[in-house]
Design a protein around this ligand. Structure first.
Ligand SMILES: *Cc1c(COP(=O)(O)O)cnc(C)c1O
Length: 471
């Protein structure tokens, strides 16, 4: 397949300019701190952007999780919340939306994505099991490990190379997976854990051809295939754009076709589903449904709310309909690519091609003089905050954690600083401001020194670790 080529906005849309496909009905004022105030805030936060107060942030690109702007329809939907303890009508609305757009039979609501990951990991994994997947995600892998399993990465090699412009860098390497199955035995593999798009690889999509082949391979070995559907609408957009035969299909059709090759999915509604909180698990197999529905009452809430208020489930149901709107998804992904194109024009190293939800700065190439043990991606996130009050986050050595066996840092191939774009929140003008701040950090890169970690929590250390600048 030929590598992906960038197009200007005009080429993408066949007209001159591009604008957000919404207008603003309610505004939330932004404030920028002085340089002195930012220095104090950074130091108090231990140079970890997760520990900053939101009030001290100007443009917040920490995450696209739960940060979406809801539509007028979703806000109106909140007033239709049926807060009955059992059998809320909003649950049945949500169940219908999931069946219609994702196509799975059984739905178990949870408070957010990791609640669903907890249920499926506990339902399917026995101690000693192996779970292959297309690159780890922090909470997904941790739940698999806590259930006694070991995650094994079987993503294609291109995913680990930030300069490789292949169109589907989220694809599973089927030979690698087949070799793993032969080595450990199919009975040790409860399921393959497939994510579309792959967050940690830079938001890279999985092709329809790959999921089809994966289904055939797992069927041959009697292994189940479950999907992390958190950003599958964005994945569907990339298939429509890049994969032969899908140009004329709608996002909704592509999403449903992709899901049809899997046995079920877990979902963080805080991403694609355009809400501030929520999640769910949806499966076809009765046995998994039975187990998950038994466990949800222990960990989340009754099986018709799972930790969400009735009004939240209504907003998720409406968000699912809005997420597959062609104008919405195209402008969402193109806003991300607009930022990426500005940076590439200035020669700033990013993961290419730009993914669906974020621009990932390649900190190894940005700061070649800072060794990975001194956290170049964490350093870059701190520098951007100091320059302009923009909040990004580290996806590198700190996020990868330590190897449970050896206790060493994992030193991942990708050392990235992620600028994640919330859905429907910021305008193109905000993207210009962000790009200029990154350019300022890039122009003064030779003077920048790394960080040392002075506090390290036991789990998911990137959330709470503290750092100090090296002299
Ligand atoms: C956010 C996320 C999760 C976890 O969901 P939460 O709602 O944050 O608990 C799982 N997988 C992926 C790919 C995610 O991005």
């Amino acid at each position: 397949m030929p590598e992906f080529k960038y197009k200007t906005m005009g080429q993408q849309f066949g007209r001159r300019s591009w604008a957000e496909p919404w207008k603003i009905k309610m505004v939330e004022p932004l404030r920028m701190l002085t340089p002195e105030e930012r220095r104090r805030a950074a130091s108090e936060a231990g140079y970890n952007t997760f520990l900053l107060r939101s009030e001290d942030v100007y443009i917040d690109l920490l995450t696209d999780s739960g940060t979406s702007a809801m539509s007028d329809r979703q806000w109106a939907g909140l007033m239709l919340g049926d807060e009955a303890y059992a059998g809320s009508r909003n649950f049945y609305r949500l169940e219908d939306a999931i069946r219609k757009f994702y196509g799975f039979k059984h739905v178990v609501p949870t408070h957010q994505g990791r609640g669903a990951e907890h249920l499926i990991s506990k339902a399917l994994i026995e101690p000693g099991d192996i779970i292959p997947g297309n690159m780890y995600f922090t909470t997904t892998r941790l739940h698999q490990e806590l259930a006694g399993g070991t995650f094994v990465d079987v993503i294609c090699a291109a995913a680990h190379d930030p300069t490789d412009r292949s169109p589907f860098k989220g694809d599973v390497d089927l030979d690698k997976l087949e070799a793993l199955i032969r080595k450990v035995g199919a009975e040790k593999i409860p399921y393959v854990s497939l994510a579309g798009t792959v967050n940690m690889a830079g938001g890279q999509p999985v092709s329809m051809a790959n999921v089809k082949a994966l289904r055939a391979l797992t069927d041959r070995h009697g292994i189940r295939l479950y999907l992390d559907a958190t950003r599958m609408a964005e994945n569907a957009f990339f298939i429509q754009e890049r994969e032969p035969g899908y140009r004329e299909k709608s996002i909704a059709e592509i999403l449903k076709e992709f899901c049809s090759f899997t046995d079920g999915c877990w979902m963080s509604s805080k991403k694609d589903n355009l809400v501030n909180i929520g999640g769910w698990l949806a499966v076809n197999h009765e046995d998994v449904f039975e187990k998950a529905r038994n466990m949800v009452v222990i960990y989340e809430g009754l099986h018709t709310y799972g930790g969400m208020a009735g009004r939240d489930m209504e907003a998720v149901a409406i968000g699912i309909e809005e997420m597959v709107d062609e104008d919405h998804i195209r402008s969402r992904v193109d806003q991300v690519r607009y930022l990426g194109t500005l940076l590439l024009d200035w020669g700033i190293p990013i993961v290419e091609p730009a993914g669906g939800h974020a621009i990932f700065l390649d900190a190894k190439r940005f700061y070649p003089h800072i060794p990975q043990a001194q956290f170049p991606a964490q350093t870059l996130a701190a520098e951007l905050y100091l320059d302009s009050g923009i909040r990004s986050m580290e996806r590198g050595n700190v996020s990868a954690g330590r190897d449970p066996k050896t206790g060493d840092h994992r030193y991942p191939a990708l050392e990235l600083t992620r600028l994640t774009i919330p859905r429907r929140v910021y305008t193109q003008a905000h993207m210009d401001v962000v790009a200029e701040s990154i350019k300022a950090a890039f122009d003064s890169r030779d003077k920048t020194r790394g960080l040392k970690m002075v506090y390290e929590p036991e789990y998911l250390r990137f959330f709470q670790a503290r750092f100090e600048p090296l002299a």
